[in-house]
Structure formats: C-alpha cells, structure tokens
Ligand binder design. Structure first.
Ligand code: F6R
Length: 612
C-alpha cells in the first residue's frame, strides 16, 4: 500500500518526512520520494527500492524548504522505477497519490491532446497536469486542485503542493484514509496517525469525499458538495504502536473500511492496468513459474474464512479456466490420504501463513512431490517459505480476529489467478481478458460505494441482534459467500448461523423456517437470480424474515414488501463476491456491537491458530 506524508512546517521538513515515511514502511512499497518548495522553487528526490536509497540521495543532495510532501509507492500503474516514483510534477505543481484513478486513460488522452507531455506511466501524473491546466486557466491553486479532484473517478487519497505558495497543501480523500495532524504552528498529513506520531497526537481524519486546504495555522475541510464541514479533532492513543484504530471504534470496522484501498493494491500486484492484462507477480521461485496450461487439477486447502475464499474460487477456476478444483478444510485434508494428481497444483490459503492444519496439509503434499503454491498475507510466514509459488495479499496487518480485508484480498488474488489461468489455458481470449481486467479495476470504487450503506446495514443488524438462529442463502459464488456471512455472524455475535445453497433448502433445512427466523439472501441480479428468488419465496411463504442483498434490478423485481433489501450498485459479475463481502461483514459487525460482544477478540478465538 502506498503511504502519503505532508508537512507545512517551520523547520527543514525533508528529514522529518523521511522519518514519517519509515513509519509507513509496514504497508509495503517499492520506491519512494520527497518534494519540497524553497523560495518559490519546487524540487524533489526519488529513488527505487527502500527508503535507505532515498536517504542516500538526500544525503548527497539535500533538499531544503519548510513545506514538503513524501510518498512510498507500491507500483500499480507502471513499473517500480524512479520515473514512476512520486511526487509527480507538472510545472509548479507536485502530487502524491494513493489508490487507483480509474478514468486516467481518458484523462491522459485529453491532456495529451491539450499538449501536456507525460514523463511516467502512472495514473497519478494526470492529477498534476489537471491541476496545472486549472492554473493556466486562471484558477487559484486551491480551485485548480479542487476542479482536478472533481474529475477523478476511483478510490484514492492525494496531496497537492505548489511552488507559488509555500503555505499550502491541498489534500483529498475518496476511499483510502488520510489523517491531518495539528502541531504548534505546523500542520501534518499522513496515511495514518502512526506516521504522524513523532510530531503530534492531535488528529483530524478526513471523511470519505472530503478535501482540505492545509496551512501552517489553519485547516479548512469541505465535503463533496463543497460545503465547509467541521471534523472532530481527536487524540490518537495508539499512535505510538505500529497500527492504531484511527477514528474507528474497533479494528474490525477499520479493516472493513480499508478494503477499497487494500483490494486495489492487491489487484495491482496481479493485473497490469495499463495493458489491461493479467500479470501475475510470483514472489516464490521466479526461475520456475507456474504454468496453468500444464495442470490437470488444482487442490486447495485452507481453514475458516481462508477456506471459504478457496471454495468460492472453485467456481472461478472451473468456469473461467476449465480447471477442476478439489477444496478441503485442512483439518480433514491432512488425514484423508488424498491421492494427488502428478500434474496437479496444491494451493494453500492463509492470512497468517502459520495455521497448523494448513501447514500439515502442505507437508502432506510436499511429501507427495506436489507443486506447492501459497496465498498468504504474511510474506515471511512458514507457509510462504515452504511453497514454490507465492502470491501475497497486500492487506496490511489484520488485527481484528475475524478476518475481513484478508478475505477480500484473497478473493482478489484468486480472481486474478483464475483469469490468468483461463488465458494460459486458452479459454479466455484477449477481448474477454480486457473486459474482466476492467471489471477488476473497478472493485475498489464499488467497495467504496458500498461502505456508504453502513447506516442502513446497521439498522438491519439490530433486527438480527438477540435472535437464536439466522440462515444465509446463496447460489453459485454466493453460496460460499453465504457461508462466510454465517461464519462472521456466529463468531462475532455468538448467534447460531448456518448457510445453505439456496436450492438445497427444500431438501431439509426449510423445516427450520418460522416467523422467528431471519434469512439473509445474497442474490445479485445474475443468470440464476430467478432461481434464488424462487427459493426465497419458499421461505417468505413460511413466515421467514428476509434480508435480501441485491442490486437495483434485483430490488425492482422482488419489491420491498417481500424483504428488507440492501441495494448494492450494479456491477460486473466477476467482482460481485468481493464487493458483496462488505455488507455481510458490516451486518455481522453491527449485530455484535449492538449485542455488546468483544468484536475484535471474540471469546474462544485466536488470530493465528498454530495448534491442531
Ligand atoms: C474467521 C477467521 C478464521 C481464519 C482461520 C484461518 O473470521 O479469521 O476462520 O480464517 O483461522 O486462519 P489463516 O488464514 O491465518 O490460516
């Protein structure tokens, strides 16, 4: 994940910015840079690789100036080389940015037609040129930045600085978080409060859609409608630690909110957004890359939520790549004496990379001479170190015991792998690949949209609180997602919850349905929507209370009388399971909060289960 730092200060800021960037290192990055303004001149130092390289540049060629912005970049658009490192300039404008600007291609084309020359392959550079264009059109720096921000689509956070004003940074948030720190005659900006901890613990968090004008002794924040808004200043308690809760009540909800950002970063590791192609980055044995065309079987093993990500991907691998998949919970797989195919791949999914059962499954496959691949969130973990091919999720540290962002990042990797496998195996042509990649690129934006439904979901959650049982229904990829919904609800709220494939209900479980039974139905308006709705009507006829998660088309067909409806945006089918994970997580979270359970550390559970 990229990291942003900015300081409008009273002392030389370049060393302070590098210090703050070091505190964001945990997010992962592959290049870094810093820019300052000194006597009306904008200057920058950038370097590939770790911050020590940037430090060396600064040692041999220091930057003065009491205002500056800095960045650690995790490559999304364009290779991790110096020309793509931030800050990006356009004449007297400097920009750092985190996230993905979805419409950058179109913006770039227009800017090129207007004579702007691009020096990088990034999506970020369009922002610098758009601001510059506004200045040329006679706008003030603040207005030039604002009009540029208004033209951007996607999930992003950014900071803009000008050579013409050494007392101004404009910041904007549309998705990824931004924290503003208040000092004595200085103001700071960071991707989180941890970055700003050496300077201040007085923090104001921008809300989604906000943009801000930051000066040494002044902060003005505006919302999407352009109205001045006041956002509460708070004391950041956890900022001495490596991670804190930001302005959230629990780590879990903070991690839910991080999803647009971390999904974007994870996808960027496996997708070339410029070329609109899958480009899998394997962090394992690069001499020995994975060739999906040579595989005859994929065998996936994992536990809990990671298992459900694997289960869901079975639909993708079989549909898009025609690759047969076996999926097992690790505690069963390890003793099942499974015969493994000689040309098979064994894939292990684990947030921690240390789960004992999953590791035991891996050892079994290793002894059988299988090729081993891993999807892990902790890159140095045992499962990663023991695998031939390693595909990390870039979710950042997940502190809440109940997995949220690791799950959607696992799905992001799995969707990319399945499409990549489909291309390699000749089942997806170039045009289909482009279409699927474009859909993936939109995931962070849709996820961000869905976060705005939180208040509505919270209200629905209150109707689940204190129920004895809840059923979850779905078909196709929404079936494993229903299982994940049930798992989240039971582990957080201790309400008994079960998931069924919607079509299976009538073969037994429908006997459970009465007026006391809430039923959560996950059904975007897809090929099998009608079938799921028929199953839903079977339970409605027996008095079940339905919460339907669907899109506007689905909502229009069902009508609001039959069910309480969470209306999701309409989106491409491939990304629905990733984006529909969010309402499911929020539903479980708010039910548990309402019931007063320990959301971040539910009873009897541990984050990394290293025992059998
Ligand atoms: C549920 C949850 C667990 C984990 C499981 C596997 O919210 O977090 O079910 O998914 O214990 O853990 P990892 O992914 O670390 O192997």
């Amino acid at each position: 994940m990229c990291g942003i730092v900015g300081i409008v200060g009273t002392r030389p800021v370049a060393p302070l910015i590098v210090d703050a960037l070091k505190r964001l290192e945990y997010r992962g990055y592959d290049s870094a840079g810093v820019a300052t303004v000194e006597q009306g001149v904008l200057d920058r130092r950038r370097a590939e690789g770790k911050l020590v390289n940037l430090q060396e540049r600064l040692d041999s060629s220091p930057l003065s100036g009491t205002i500056g912005i800095g960045h650690t970049r995790w490559a999304t658009h364009g290779a991790p080389i110096e020309v793509n490192a931030h800050p990006h300039f356009s004449s007297g404008v400097a920009v750092v940015h985190n996230g993905i600007i979805e419409n950058f291609r179109e913006l770039r084309k227009n800017l090129e037609a207007d004579g702007f020359e691009f020096s990088s392959q990034t999506d970020t550079e369009v922002v610098a040129h758009l601001v510059e264009k506004g200045l040329r059109d006679g706008l003030s720096p603040e207005d030039a930045a604002h009009q540029a921000i208004q033209q951007l689509r996607g999930a992003f956070a950014l900071a803009v600085m000008f050579d013409s004003d050494d007392n101004l940074i404009v910041a904007a948030r549309s998705g990824p978080p931004l924290a503003i720190g208040h000092g004595e005659g200085e103001m700071y900006l960071g991707s989180d409060a941890v970055a700003l901890a050496p300077f201040t613990n007085r923090i104001t968090y921008l809300e989604d859609g906000d943009w801000a004008i930051i000066r040494r002794n002044d902060l003005a924040i505006f919302d999407t409608s352009g109205q001045t808004v006041s956002r509460q200043q708070q004391t950041s308690v956890g900022s001495a630690l490596m991670v804190d809760k930001g302005n959230h009540r629990h780590f879990m909800i903070k991690e839910i909110y991080e999803q647009p950002e971390v999904i974007g970063h994870t996808l960027a590791n496996y997708v070339d957004f410029n070329a609109e192609k899958i480009a899998l980055r394997d962090m394992g044995d690069t001499q020995n890359p994975l060739e999906f065309s040579k595989l005859d079987r994929l065998n996936i093993t994992a536990c809990g939520t990671a298992y459900l990500a694997g289960y869901l991907s079975k639909y993708w691998f079989e549909r898009y790549a025609r690759l047969p998949v076996d999926i097992d919970v690790a505690s069963e797989f390890r003793y099942r004496e499974v015969p493994l195919s000689e040309n098979g791949l064994s894939l292990f999914i684990s947030q921690s990379g240390e789960t004992a059962d999953t590791l035991a499954g891996l050892k079994y496959c290793e002894e059988s001479g299988q090729r081993l691949a891993a999807i892990v969130n902790v890159r140095e973990s045992t499962i990663a170190r023991s695998s031939h091919n390693v595909f990390p999720t870039l979710a950042g540290p997940e502190i809440g015991v109940a997995s949220t962002k690791a799950f959607t990042c696992q799905l992001s990797v799995l969707a990319s792998l399945a499409i990549g496998a489909g291309v390699q195996r000749g089942h997806i042509d170039e045009a289909q690949e482009k279409e699927l990649v474009r859909a993936l690129a939109e995931t962070p934006r849709y996820a961000n949209e869905v976060l705005k439904l939180e208040d509505e979901i919270k209200e629905l959650a209150h109707s689940l609180a204190n129920k004895e049982h809840v059923l979850y229904l779905g078909r196709d990829t929404n079936y494993p997602l229903a299982m994940e919904g049930a798992l989240k609800l039971k582990e957080l709220s201790y309400i008994h919850a079960e998931a069924y494939a919607a079509g299976e209900l009538k073969h037994g479980p429908i006997a459970l349905v009465d007026e006391e039974m809430p039923i959560v139905v996950i059904a975007p308006h897809d090929r099998i929507f009608e079938k799921t709705v028929s199953n839903m009507q079977e339970v409605a006829a027996r008095g079940g209370n339905i919460i339907l998660i669907t899109d506007p088309k689905g909502a229009a067909e069902v009508g609001m009388d039959e069910a309480k409806v969470i209306v999701m945006p309409e989106m491409p089918e491939i990304i629905t399971p990733i984006v529909y994970s969010l309402p499911i997580q929020m539903l479980a979270y708010h039910t548990a909060v309402h019931m007063g359970t320990d959301v971040d550390q539910p009873r009897n559970l541990a984050k990394s289960v290293t025992v059998e």
